[in-house]
Design a protein around this ligand. Structure first.
Ligand code: NAP
Length: 531
């Protein structure tokens, strides 16, 4: 049922990170009028905001890039195995210029609300600058973009400077001569702590849960290895897309207890020397079997004991949970940093941070006086940025209300009751459990094709069917329950944000997911109602 009302745009895309940019490109390829609205003063999303010391990707550069243009992937030269934040941002800027994307991107514009009108089949989108209408609304707001700063008592009373890793000042921060506190020991902390320690007079790290981290062994890229990838970039991408996590490591058929202890040790050592997230692919069952997982966990704990000289500190730094359950970290000199005389570790697992005081951080009655506090406390992951917008669907029902007990989506891309709303890498899609760039590209292409299909067949609306959504939510949970992932307090479960419902959000299995999306499209968008 086509509608007479002509909105300002065919589609409004919220967010100008990796997802929003390729979404715009794909929509344009279909000839749609699209506008990207971005709260930041620049493009880049994650890579615009996260400028803390040591910020770099922990997926390898040759994979962490777009594949929609063969010329682009042939032309661009990455310098290191793991690209730094400035290099990734330069790449994003290059893509925006090369594909002339900027003219449809409006910066410094925060979207506050989006309300659906069924009669007019369009969204009215209210920003802090204007109101626009669009037939389709695409939330490309990122999975890890809504900064989480715990509500510590006295948080605002601190007299010194405070920073969140995900909102880092553009001019950088000079910690020379300062006493610095870092709260948190996730990926952002693990990357920044070694560099902050080199500058600060003293660094105190407040750790609630110890993290497993694998050495990055970062290095300049070997031109020969780059040439091999570029000789068959499409083949390289296809191989990666066929792996469970959509990245360049495959889960082997060999199980941890399928070999003897010395062989296991040898394989773990080989993977440790190789470095990076591929450590979890040492054996095929590390993420499925708790006993097997424990062999990998103990291997890393032994490494920590070997690196950290003070046995008490080493014990505190040794994680107790299963490895990979919380997002695995990748580091350069993280554990060794605790051998420095100017670094101390405060374990807040048993005795939480009591308060932020004007002079510092208080734990168990003891005040740690500092000049600056770095909150490396993560994000309201996967749902935070979407729910920051007052999204109202059919009958004025709010998405916050619908997702009060946890997000519910069909394929992580649509949600029943919210016609013509698309989520790029929403909860229920592989997203954070895959390589994010191919994941956003797959969604952008699928969404643009879907909107193209609607136009071609004279439909004005698409909406996830509640039964298909229920089945998908059940399936996401069933798959997760076969793995070790639900067994710890991770942001995958929303467990890092007090009061957030505990629901496992990402879908595990990139190739299965892509096949399902393709099948749904081939069947005329099965599980969606088109009208
Ligand atoms: P995170 O992994 O959620 O880590 C937050 C840290 O803050 C955790 O150690 C957490 O402890 C701690 N924390 C939170 N609330 C606290 C409280 N009330 N008291 C004490 N400690 C508290 O966040 P992140 O390090 O920013 O990383 C988020 C994700 O972004 C990563 O997992 C990764 O996917 C991505 N990332 C990637 C890269 C990369 O590519 N290299 C770099 C940075 C981030 P608990 O564990 O006890 O909750």
């Amino acid at each position: 049922m086509a509608t007479a009302v002509k909105p300002d745009f065919d589609a409004v895309v919220v967010g100008a990170g990796f997802g929003g940019l390729v979404m715009l490109h794909r929509l344009r390829q279909h000839g749609f009028r699209a506008r990207v609205l971005e709260a930041g003063s620049g493009i880049g999303g994650t890579w615009f905001w996260n400028r803390y010391p040591g910020a770099r990707c922990d997926i390898e550069s040759m994979e962490y890039s777009y594949q929609f243009s063969e010329e682009l992937q042939q032309d661009w030269e990455w310098s290191e195995r793991y690209a730094t934040q400035p290099e990734i941002l330069r790449y994003i800027e290059h893509v925006a210029d090369r594909f002339d994307l900027r003219r449809d991107i409006q910066l410094d514009t925060r979207v506050n609300a989006a309300h659906w009108s069924h009669a007019e089949s369009c969204w009215t989108i209210a920003t802090d600058r204007q109101t626009v209408t669009a037939r389709f609304l695409v939330m490309a707001t990122g999975c890890l973009s809504s900064a989480n700063i715990p509500d510590f008592p006295g948080r605002d009373s601190f007299a010194g400077k405070t920073y969140h890793t995900g909102r880092w000042p553009h001019g950088g921060v000079d910690f020379t001569g300062q006493r610095v506190a870092v709260i948190g020991t996730g990926s952002s902390a693990i990357q920044s702590i070694p560099l902050i320690a080199e500058q600060a007079a003293h660094l105190t790290v407040f750790q609630r849960t110890a993290s497993f981290s694998i050495p990055a062994h970062n290095a300049p890229l070997d031109p020969e290895a780059v040439r091999k990838v570029k000789d068959d970039y499409a083949g390289f991408r296809a191989y990666n897309a066929a792996q469970a996590f959509g990245a360049h490591f495959s889960l082997p058929p060999v199980l941890a207890y399928g070999v003897d202890a010395s062989e296991r040790e040898r394989v773990f050592e080989e993977h440790w020397q190789e470095g990076g997230l591929g450590f979890l692919s040492a054996f095929g069952d590390l993420l499925f079997d708790h006993m097997s997982n424990e062999t990998a966990a103990e291997f890393v704990r032994a490494k920590i004991r070997g690196i950290v000289r003070d046995p008490t500190v080493a014990a505190k730094l040794s994680p107790k949970q299963v490895i990979g359950c919380k997002r695995l970290c990748v580091d350069t000199n993280y554990y060794a940093t605790f051998n420095r005389p100017n670094v101390s570790l405060v374990d807040v697992s048993e005795t939480p941070i009591e308060a932020i005081t004007p002079r510092g951080v208080r734990v168990a009655g003891q005040e740690y006086a500092v000049d600056a506090i770095v909150f490396a406390t993560g994000f309201d992951a996967m749902t935070g940025a979407v729910l920051a917008v007052d999204i109202r669907g059919t009958g004025g029902r709010s998405l916050r209300e619908k997702w009060a007990a946890g997000p519910r989506t069909y394929l992580g891309v649509g949600t029943a009751g919210f016609p013509n709303l698309f989520l790029v890498t929403g909860p229920g899609s592989p997203s954070v459990l895959s390589n994010m760039v191919p994941a956003v590209e797959q969604h952008a292409a699928w969404i643009a094709d879907c909107i193209g299909h609607l136009r071609e067949h004279g439909f004005a609306r698409i909406e996830a069917d509640p039964a298909a959504e229920d089945a998908w939510v059940g399936h996401v949970n069933d798959v997760a329950s076969l793995t070790v992932y639900p067994s710890c307090n991770s942001w995958y479960l929303g467990a890092n944000v007090p009061g957030k419902p505990r629901v496992f959000m990402p879908y595990i299995g990139f190739p299965t997911y892509v096949a399902k999306c393709n099948e749904v499209a081939a069947k005329g968008y099965e599980g969606f109602a088109l009208s």
